[in-house]
Design a protein around this ligand. Sequence first.
Ligand code: ZN
Length: 89
Amino acid sequence: MTHENGQTADEIACREVANRISAYLDAYGGHDRNARIALHLAGCAGCAAYARQIALVRNLIALLPECPAMPSNLDGLHRACAARRGQPR
Ligand SMILES: [Zn+2]
């Protein structure tokens, strides 16, 4: 089925999955919406691969150490960088 903007229902479903994959992975999209996305992932290899990539990146990010608070100005950033390198400034 083609919609008035030329997109098929599948293309719209793929776009919805792309837009909502993080909420889906957090199980934060509502039961009906998450069920619709799960159903789409089961039948769409492209979106399933995309979902696996996003899940992998999220898992890798979760392994990173927590970042220190960002300095609020450029001079503070330079001092923080120099301190990390062990160099006086
Ligand atoms: Zn898809």
